[in-house]
Design a protein around this ligand. Structure first.
Ligand SMILES: Cc1cc2nc3c(=O)[nH]c(=O)nc-3n(C[C@H](O)[C@H](O)[C@H](O)COP(=O)(O)OP(=O)(O)OC[C@H]3O[C@@H](n4cnc5c(N)ncnc54)[C@H](O)[C@@H]3O)c2cc1C
Length: 415
């Protein structure tokens, strides 16, 4: 069976891997010159199935409003006249109830836990080294931060996710390099981990390419058509044909599917990261910490420190905003002042492909032979391997190993 994968971010490349493993003849089409050059490039690297949570949560609308005029806020809303933004926001507001939050979080955790197992299997099968480190520590600056995390800690307990609630001393035992300033402790998630997403994606590209997967770079797909005889993709210089297509085009997936009559309520949510060489390893984190006040993650990726955060909705432009970058460096300096020469940091901005409720959309698109693996929001690295396996199962007409209830496009049709 000939299958085209559209997009070579972490989602597309892992999908290509599992399709190859399922015996398909796979071609990957990508407009960039290599894999993981867009949103999969500069993310925080966290794989934390217990921490996976929808952005649509009770209290979030109020929080977003209260941050409206604070340039260094962790969540920023930039109102525009774009009707798709307002439609997205309305849907998102409807998902911010406690009941919907619980449903969406459970769906996301189902795929995230499955995906972590698949990632471990894939890594072990090919002996991959993608700068993995174990554990993640959430940090509370204040009693208010600790109180806000209460419901999430209750969910962890109810879901049986292994975690330790720690005072400041306990947190320092987990991350001995934490700065010597007062804070209110944290929560340690032993089942979470960190890994270098673009490095992993490049390694999977190399191993699949060596086994016959055809990667075609600098191929911008302009149009998709499909009928009972096959699927055709028109790019700038060619037409590509196959028996099936899996769309993994990140934030651009909705625009590519719209001419086929498929509506995916996807909107880009911008985020930033800073990367800097570790100057003194004993002053750097062992693995990952998450500052709950600023929602900024600080992770160790080999010999470098990655600092990532900020959710900014409303603008499609991928420009660097100085206040957001200053905020990243402030948070890193607050917790790990001696780890790096932060004046040497390099910066990146990316757009999370965000659906209003949280879980991704997997499987049938409603168009013959065209499948979707889209909308992974702020947890695409965490979910990539599980989603890739599921898509390969669906394309080759096998039953996926986990229940797909609430993870397909049909959840929007019911409303
Ligand atoms: C600041 C930040 C921090 C994050 N931190 C984490 C984290 O710690 N853990 C986690 O799990 N996730 C994290 N994420 C989210 C994660 O990075 C994304 O969910 C994931 O990268 C999405 O992968 P993707 O393959 O769908 O998208 P992309 O990586 O954007 O890949 C899509 C590809 O499709 C290609 N494409 C699009 N249109 C076309 C076309 N017409 N023709 C040809 N090619 C096309 C693009 O060029 C691109 O390469 C973070 C995101 C951000 C922004």
């Amino acid at each position: 069976m000939r299958v085209i994968v559209l997009g070579a971010g972490v989602i597309g490349v892992t999908t290509a891997y599992y399709l190859w493993r399922a015996g398909c003849d796979v071609t990957v089409l990508e407009r960039c010159a290599g894999v993981a050059q867009e949103t999969s490039y500069g993310n925080a690297g966290l794989i934390a199935p217990g921490y996976v949570t929808p952005w649509a949560a009770p209290g979030m609308p109020g929080k977003v409003l209260s941050y409206l005029f604070r340039p260094e806020a962790p969540v920023i809303f930039r109102p525009t006249l774009d009707p798709s933004l307002w439609r997205w926001l309305l849907r998102w507001l409807g998902e911010c109830t406690l009941e919907r939050y619980a449903v969406n979080k459970a769906r996301m955790q189902r795929i995230a836990l499955y995906s972590r197992d698949k990632l471990h299997e894939l890594g072990a099968a090919h002996d991959l080294d993608y700068q993995r480190a174990d554990g993640m520590l959430q940090l509370f600056r204040s009693k208010a931060d600790r109180a806000l995390a209460g419901p999430a800690i209750a969910v962890l307990a109810a879901a049986g996710v292994s975690h330790e609630v720690l005072d400041a001393q306990g947190a320092r035992r987990r991350e001995p390099a934490l700065a010597d300033t007062a804070f209110e402790g944290g929560v340690y998630l032993s089942g979470a981990e960190v890994g270098n997403c673009p490095l992993f994606t490049r390694q999977v590209r190399d191993l699949t390419e060596a086994n016959g997967v055809n990667f075609r770079f600098n191929e911008r797909v302009l149009a998709i058509s499909s009928d009972s005889t096959g699927v055709r993709l028109k790019s700038e210089g060619a037409t590509h044909e196959a028996d099936a297509l899996v769309v993994c085009a990140g934030v651009d997936s909705a625009a590519l599917m719209r001419p086929l009559g498929v509506r995916i309520p996807l909107f880009p949510v911008k985020g930033y990261s800073a990367t800097v060489a570790i100057r003194e390893p004993t002053y750097a984190p062992q693995s990952a910490v998450m500052d709950e006040a600023y929602k900024v993650a600080i992770t160790r990726l080999g010999k470098r420190l990655r600092v990532a955060g900020t959710a900014e909705i409303g603008s499609h432009a991928l420009s660097l905003r100085q206040a957001a970058l200053r905020c990243l460096i402030k948070v890193a300096r607050d917790w790990f002042p001696g780890a790096a020469d932060y004046s040497q940091a390099t910066y990146w901005v990316g757009a999370r492909p965000m659906l209003p409720d949280g879980p991704p959309v997997l499987g049938a698109s409603g168009v013959e032979r065209v499948f979707l693996n889209v909308g992974h929001g702020s947890t695409g690295w965490t979910m990539a391997c599980g989603c890739g396996q599921i898509l390969a199962d669906l394309v080759t007409q096998k039953t996926p190993e986990i229940d797909l209830d609430g993870l397909t496009l049909s959840r929007y049709e019911r409303k």
